[in-house]
Ligand binder design. Structure first.
Ligand SMILES: Nc1ncnc2c1ncn2[C@@H]1O[C@H](COP(=O)(O)OP(=O)(O)O)[C@@H](O)[C@H]1O
Ligand SMILES: O=C(CO)[C@@H](O)[C@H](O)COP(=O)(O)O
Length: 496
């Protein structure tokens, strides 16, 4: 039997790597997910081992290739954004990756603010100066681990490291580079002025290519490790948000994507970079001359994971444990019997950058259980995302519908709560891994082929907002905002 022509997309998430094989009609013919953890050697740190990423990628790729007889036409990459991987001249990591949810670099944020100015950085890069962003993490390494900084040849983003392992060449591309704070969002070129002002070595920035073009080909060594045929073309690919947008088809301004992953995001097209004062980020799309606005909750799936491990003391937030707590939380009445959660375990980035913001449970009583806490966390995350959406809607056309993606889209509770908190219909696709799919689409585009499908035809259900939920969450948004405003400043003055 002839091998099926397919495109491989790999999405290096924070909780797991996903690999999908898409056929030319965008149908998933095989998929695999391999999980890994986030290491927190100190409370505000978040690190991952690049070698563990690579092992997980090899396992996931082998798993999908083993599902049938395939002719892999091209590979594309997607990944968690903003993180820093420092490699030496041979491409070997010099320390664990400092990922996007890391909050160690408060002092460096203040340095950037003082030397370049937060508004100036945001006007150039589209992103606020915040902990966890590659440039700020690089300043931290220079100050705290100078020998590592001096030994480094390149500072690369997470999925760019995986591409390096596949093709043997270091490079980046615009969609992800913009989240480094060392890249200009409008001009799509390195922000050399920022690097120079801070004394950061611009030679650490890798060469830049186009998301939807070919970066190189699978090496013999990577072929051995993954099962891919050496010589298979590999596209640059992009940040997970922009890759997901390709597969979700976020073309019209009335639609926004809502992702519930380790973090949570809302993303929509924006005609051009917005005002820094909008409180949301701006980033380049994979296609030239297109941009997205983005709002972020730094702990979404991660906050539910914390309920399972931190609060309930289970050893891991395994898929089965998440399924269980989400089912229990769905049995708790809307509003969690008065329990409210501000889910920001590791700080906030939109609408306000505050690495010292922390999570709160408000109104805890004897009637509450872990399931109430999980429900309250889901409600808190959705309310925060709804707040970012409202900010995006002030510039231009209002958002009229949300298309949902990420691991949370599996759960009715996330879907309905998002619809009620945002007061918008939530469209749920029959596809699950949009970021990996977008990466496969980037792979196809890079070799001049097309994965042709209409994302609208993949919508399997529309979750309408329930008027009673909309009313309850409108009231709750006000209460939570008042509580956070009252408690946050008191806690920020307290020792960590
Ligand atoms: N197979 C699964 N079963 C149950 N829950 C899952 C599964 N996959 C993801 N999740 C949930 O979604 C969250 C991660 O979403 P995902 O989109 O996979 O994240 P990331 O891209 O950051 O790795 C987890 O925190 C978990 O709550
Ligand atoms: O920080 C952001 C976006 O600004 C995150 O969305 C990361 O890109 C990680 O994504 P997930 O692993 O949660 O999908």
């Amino acid at each position: 039997m002839a091998a099926t022509a397919v495109y491989l997309g790999v999405d290096l998430g924070t909780s797991s790597v996903k690999a999908v094989l898409l056929d030319a009609l965008g149908r998933t013919v095989a998929d695999a997910q391999v999980r890994y953890g986030v290491s927190r050697p100190r409370p505000s740190w978040a690190e991952q081992d690049p070698e563990a990423w690579w092992r997980a990628c090899c396992e996931a790729i082998r798993a999908v290739l083993g599902a049938g007889a395939f002719d892999v036409r091209a590979v594309g990459l997607s990944g968690q954004m903003h993180g820093l991987v420092l490699v030496d001249a041979a491409g070997a990591p010099l320390r664990p990756a400092i990922i996007w949810s890391d909050a160690r670099s408060g002092a460096q944020v203040r340095e950037w603010d003082r030397v370049v100015g937060g508004d100036a950085v945001e006007a150039i890069t589209g992103m606020p100066v915040a902990t966890g962003m590659l440039g700020v993490s690089l300043s931290w390494v220079r100050e705290n681990e100078p020998e590592t900084y001096l030994a480094a040849r390149y500072a690369v983003l997470p999925k760019d490291y995986v591409r390096f392992r596949l093709i043997g060449e270091i490079a980046t591309e615009a969609t992800d580079a913009a989240g480094s704070l060392l890249y200009a969002v409008r001009e799509r070129e390195p922000a050399l002025g920022i690097a120079a002002a801070l004394g950061l070595d611009a030679a650490l920035l890798p060469p830049i290519g186009q998301s939807l073009s070919t970066a190189g080909a699978v090496t013999a060594e990577a072929g051995e490790a993954t099962g891919l045929a050496p010589g298979t073309p590999v596209a640059f690919g992009g940040g997970d948000q922009q890759m997901a947008a390709l597969a979700l088809g976020l073309e019209d301004a009335g639609s926004a994507a809502a992702a519930i992953s380790s973090g949570g995001t809302v993303v929509r097209r924006t005609p051009a970079p917005l005002e820094p004062a909008s409180g949301v980020h701006v980033m380049p799309a994979a296609r030239p001359e297109q941009w997205f606005a983005m709002g972020v909750v730094l702990a979404a799936g991660l906050a539910v994971d914390w309920v399972v491990t931190g609060l309930l003391g289970r050893p891991t937030a395994s898929p089965a444990a998440i399924e269980r707590i989400m089912a229990e939380a769905a049995g708790v009445p809307r509003g969690a019997d008065g329990l409210m959660a501000s889910p920001h375990l590791g700080g906030t980035r939109t609408p306000v950058v505050d690495a010292r913001a922390r999570a709160h449970l408000f109104g805890l009583g004897y009637q509450h259980s872990g399931a109430h806490a999980a429900r309250a966390v889901v409600e808190g995350v959705c309310l925060s995302l709804a707040g970012s959406l409202a900010r995006m809607s002030t510039a231009g056309e209002p958002v009229r519908r949300l298309v949902m993606t990420g691991g949370g889209a599996r759960f009715p509770l996330w879907r309905q709560t998002l619809a009620d908190a945002a007061g918008l219909p939530v469209l749920v696709s029959s596809d699950l891994e949009h970021a990996a799919m977008g990466a496969a689409m980037a792979g196809a585009a890079a070799v001049g082929e097309e994965i042709a499908f209409d994302p609208a035809e993949r919508i399997r259900m529309t979750v309408e907002p329930d008027p009673a939920g909309v009313e309850l969450y409108r009231e709750r948004a006000g209460t939570l905002a008042a509580l956070e405003a009252a408690v946050g400043p008191l806690l920020r003055g307290a020792p960590a």
